[in-house]
Structure formats: C-alpha cells, structure tokens
Design a protein around this ligand. Structure first.
Ligand SMILES: [Zn+2]
Length: 207
C-alpha cells in the first residue's frame, strides 16, 4: 500500500521545506536560470560506505567532516559537495540548500543533451548504498517531498537517478531503488514515471 502524499505549496518558505530540518550548507551558488528547475535527481550516499546512522553525511555537506576520523575519508579529503535534501534510514529529511539555489550533487552530468545538471535540478540523497535496498520510511518521505516539490516547481517533470545522468561514472541509487513503487506513489498524486520520468496529467492533450 502506497501512502498518498499531499502536495502543499504552503509548506515552503523561501525555498526551504518546512517538513525538513534545515542545516544550511555554504556549498551552493545562484542558479544560472532560477526559473529552470526541471529535474529531480535521486542519489544514495553513506559515510563511510555502508555505515548508516552517523552524522558524517551532514558533516560532509557542511564542510565539517573530520578527514582523519576514518581511512575512507582520506580519499575524499577536501571534497566540497552538497545536496538539497538528505533522507536518512528512518525517513527524516534534512535540507542543506534552498531549492532556488544550485547545490553541488551531480558533478559531471548530462541529460537530454544538456550538461551540468546541477544548474537545473534538485538533488535528493537517500542514506544507503547503490547495492542495498531502501526503507519504507525513505520511500514515504521521498514521495512527500516529490509531491511538495511539484507544488512549487511548475517546470519539474522528470526524476532520474544519478546513474542515469552520469552513466559509467556513478551507480547510485542503483538496482535496489524500487522505481516501480516510487512511480506508483507519484501516480497517486497524479504524476507518472515512464519509466523514470513523470508528467503532469493536466498538461497532456485532452482526449
Ligand atoms: Zn549520487
């Protein structure tokens, strides 16, 4: 059973979702075209890999990670990245960057002939691994967030994984992400995934 999320434009304040805990990151900048936010990118992340429940992702996205705390961190020392949202295994949502700003989540990327997906996308990181599954709480929060984004971003139509916009370089969220369940949830609020893109029904030709 997929819970039906309810889109609510009033749940936003200056690009910040009121259902998320705000943890502002300095790793952002203005979008080249603030009106062009047409893509939602789903990621998976955990730090160190496969370790869930710590505060390391939040620390990384706010430039507070102790690079000496784990051997894995040596390989990413100095990395400055961010995402608009992070959803932990319990479904709790943290927001780091206003959706009106450009976050640094996609890196070298391309979709539909356009590169630099960070320019025109919203990034959502799910706590996890590209070879692991995700929790029901995460799907529930992702659906609520997706519906909320659609309420305030009229050009948002497509959702893709990082693996789709950076093929060969990125694998996340990976085969453990259940696109079918996600699509079913989106359809319950009138959105569709086909196969990983959703359209607004009111914009379809009348039949
Ligand atoms: Zn990613």
């Amino acid at each position: 059973m997929v819970t039906t999320p309810r889109a609510d434009a009033a749940a936003w304040s200056a690009g910040w979702w009121q259902q998320a805990r705000a943890c502002p990151s300095p790793n952002c900048e203005p979008r080249p075209d603030p009106q062009d936010i047409s893509l939602l990118v789903v990621h998976a992340i955990s730090l160190p890999p496969r370790v869930y429940g710590g505060g390391e992702v939040e620390a990384l996205f706010t430039n507070r990670l102790d690079w000496d705390a784990h051997p894995y961190f040596q390989g990413i020392r100095g990395l400055r990245v961010s995402s608009h949202f992070f959803i932990d295994r319990a479904g709790l949502v943290v927001q780091f960057v206003s959706i009106h700003e450009r976050a640094w989540h996609a890196g070298a990327s391309c979709w539909a002939g356009r590169d630099n997906c960070n320019d025109y996308s919203v990034g959502v990181e799910l706590e996890g691994m590209d070879d692991d599954c995700f929790t029901a709480q995460q799907y529930g929060s992702l659906l609520r967030l997706s519906a909320g984004l659609c309420a305030v971003l009229p050009q948002l139509r497509t959702v893709l994984g990082h693996e789709h916009i950076a093929p060969g370089r990125k694998l996340d969220p990976g085969p453990g992400f259940d696109w079918a369940t996600y699509a079913q949830g989106l359809a319950s609020v009138g959105l569709q995934v086909a196969p990983v893109a959703f359209e607004r029904p009111q914009e379809k030709p009348a039949s």
